[in-house]
Structure formats: structure tokens, C-alpha cells
Design a protein around this ligand. Sequence first.
Ligand SMILES: NC(=O)c1ccc[n+]([C@@H]2O[C@H](COP(=O)([O-])OP(=O)(O)OC[C@H]3O[C@@H](n4cnc5c(N)ncnc54)[C@H](O)[C@@H]3O)[C@@H](O)[C@H]2O)c1
Length: 447
Amino acid sequence: MKIKNICCIGAGYVGGPTMAVIALKCPHINVTVVDANTKRIESWNGPLEKIPIYEPGLADVISEARGRNLFFSNDLKSAIEKSEMIFMAVNTPTKTEGEGEGMAADLRYIEACAKDIAKYSKSDKIVVEKSTVPIRTAEKIKEILEENSSNIHFEIISNPEFLAEGTAIQDLFKSDRVLIGGDETESGQKAVQALVDIYANWIPKEKILTTNVWSSELAKLASNSMLAQRISSVNSLSALCEKTGADIDELSKAIGMDHRIGPKFLKASVGFGGSCFQKDILNLVYLCKYYGLDEVAEYWHQVVKINDYQKDRFAQKIIDHFGGDLSGKTIAILGWAFKANTNDSRESASIMISETLLQCGAKLIVFDPQVSLKQILSDLKNYKSSFDSNIYDLNKKDLQSFDKKEFDCVAITTEWDEFKKLNFGELPLFDGRRIIAGNKITYKIGS
Ligand SMILES: NC(=O)c1ccc[n+]([C@@H]2O[C@H](COP(=O)([O-])OP(=O)(O)OC[C@H]3O[C@@H](n4cnc5c(N)ncnc54)[C@H](O)[C@@H]3O)[C@@H](O)[C@H]2O)c1
């Protein structure tokens, strides 16, 4: 089956970049990305410097494909109608109420998508799960599609996304692997092949892995959990280093040189953030509990607990440095995005750290090259509004020339290159990239 028209529901961090790359690499396929958020679609159609997602290289891809065979639209109905293949790239956050609250994935957006697909489909469709979902979600999607339509065949396949924000375009150009899970029926295998053919336009065949649906769904949760586990493992050891005089950077290097372990994801940090790791591990924990595997659930839960511990430990270091009271102290927070090269601040460690510091009476000056002050304030929305006036952002120019005397200390919470060039003189510096260093908290960046 040759696909000529693709629709993607969800124009976010995954839907936007993945569809842009498919359109770029497959000029013979029309790709339409739709979203319930009309403002987001407007920005995707607006000036390149204002597209809603900051990702190195993304603007170039959009510039080439947009208007040629890549379209951003609010017309969900016609995009569904004309497409043979529909990707679901909507958000699947942690549930905030009801059964599984605080742990299970909230599938309401997936369900809404499925209802829309059923409502507007007039011919058979291949539905692709691009969002990260709990194992056996395809079953639920099929049920919804069949309940809300008649005489249409829907084939559900799983194609989880492994891109990392900050390197999304490179990850999509040169994926380690593309995973596609489908039913072992004839129609299931045809659907899998249709998607394999799309990726084969730029991904070597040996990197396209096909499995059954359940392995594919679970592989995404398992991959994120394993990656986060490495971070929590090294972060837990950073605490032991501080007690014993070992140096976590030296330790990481020594461990990572073992080729069975490897050097990646072994840097101590202020803790992982982002919209995926925590929610995906919690989802895995919930699934394990659901299936009565309490020990397995507890094993994975510890990865999240160590992460919270690490964020708190970082904030506590600053508080302890000033004897427990931050009243009258001004702290520069460098970095609000959850990692460098993205404008995404979801679950960023900066949020929890800043809340803790504000609670202790600090005044904060926040800088991030890509995250706006509006977003920073919205991330701190649960915080008492009286503290809002204590938060400022600095634009790039100000950062280069700010008066160091304005601050009592500097905390680096995101690894932006911009910060590596700065020299803070003798100002106490708490560097999240190097949370340890015993009592050695005052040193020059780059020294
Ligand atoms: N962000 C990542 O790095 C990443 C990587 C791999 C996988 N994922 C997974 O991909 C999925 C999407 O993540 P994201 O970061 O792109 O989320 P996002 O919040 O940036 O984007 C989701 C978009 O879907 C839209 N949407 C929600 N319900 C809709 C509906 N019914 N109809 C139309 N539009 C709707 C929202 O308005 C939003 O713009 C999640 O399941 C996530 O776990 C994310």
C-alpha cells in the first residue's frame, strides 16, 4: 500500500519535528499536521524565528518543506478524510485525578483523537500510535474506533518516538532505530510495511525494527526508564562522593570507559527533567502494580525518588551555604529549560529548586536563552503570587554584562553553552553540572 497523504494529530515537540522530517524526506507524500490549539498552528504557519518549538535545525527543515508538502492546519476533518495514515502525537501526561492518579498515563487526549478519527473517516485508515502510551493501548484505541464508526477497517500500529529534545532533528535524520509494532495478521503486516516504506526513504533498512504491538509500546517506556535509571544511578553516587572525597566526574569517567557500560548519560546533574522521563517511569510503575508486580514497581519507583532527592539536595546546598536563611539574598538562576537547546521547561529541575529557594526567602533572577519570563511565571503558578515580583529574566545582552555585585550566588541549572563562557569571579557558584565538589563551591567557570 502506497501512502500519499498523512495526517498527524498533535503539533507539539514530537508531532512538529517528526512530521517536518517525514515531509522533507518524502516529497511525494503530503503531510498535514493538525492541533486543537489554534494558536500553536498559527505560529507553525508564522515567521520561522517564531515557530513554537526551538530545536537546532528545525527552522531549516520547515523552511524547505512548509507549503510544498508540509501543512499546518486547524481543519481536522478534512485532514483525516483525505489521509490513508493518521499519526497520534498528542500528549499523554500523568493522571492528576481518578484511578491511578499521580502515576498512570492520562489517555483522554488519545481517546479524543480516536473519536475524531472514527467520526471523520470515510475510508479505511492506518492509525499510528506516535505518543508514548501504556502497553495494550492499541486495544483500547481499536475499541473506540469500532464503537464510533461502521464499515471502516482501522489498523492500529505502534511507532514510538525516540527523539531527544535539543537534538531532535539529528535524531530523526539518523535514528539509532525506528520501531514499528503491528498485528501479526495480513492487514497488520501490510500496515507495518506501509510505514516501513516511508522511513526507508532515509533510514537504512537494518535500523527499522518490526515487532508485535505490545513489545513496541512497552519498549518506549522501558527505554526511557533505563535512560533515567542511569542518571539516577550516577546522581546517587554523587552524594556518596561528597561524603568520601571521591570526585564524581572522575568516577563517571572511570566507569564509562568500560565499554560494557559506555560514557553516555553518566554525568552527574541536578536531576533529570522534561515531560517524559518521570511520567513514563511512573506509568511503568503503575503498570507493574496493576499486574501485581510490587517489587518490580518499587525498583523503578526508586529512580524517580532519587531524582527528587537530587533536586532537593542541590537547593539544600545553597540554603546551607547561607546558614538556612535566604532573606535578603539574590540568587541568579541560570537556565530554566529542562536541558540545553530546547525551549521546553516541563518538569525542569529549575522549577522545584526555585520554589524551594523562594520558600526560604530568596530573591531570584532567572535567565534562559529560550524560555520566556511568561513561561517561567506560569511554571511557578502554584507559587504564592507575592513571590512573582522577585523573578526577573535577563536577555542575552544583559547576561554578558550583568553586574556581579547584584548577586549573592549563582546557580547553574541548565547546561547551555552560553553559560560556559561566563566568569563569575569569586561569586559562590553552584553548578548543577557538577553538583558535588565537596565544600569547593566557589570557582570560576571554565577553570
Ligand atoms: N517531547 C519529547 O521529547 C517526546 C519524545 C518522545 C515521545 N514523546 C511522547 O509524544 C507525545 C507528545 O509529546 P509532546 O512533547 O509532543 O507533547 P506536546 O504537549 O508538545 O504536544 C501535544 C499536542 O497535542 C495537541 N492535542 C492534544 N489533544 C488533542 C486533540 N484531541 N486533537 C488535536 N490536538 C490535540 C495539544 O494541543 C499539543 O499541541 C507524548 O505521548 C510524549 O510522551 C515525547
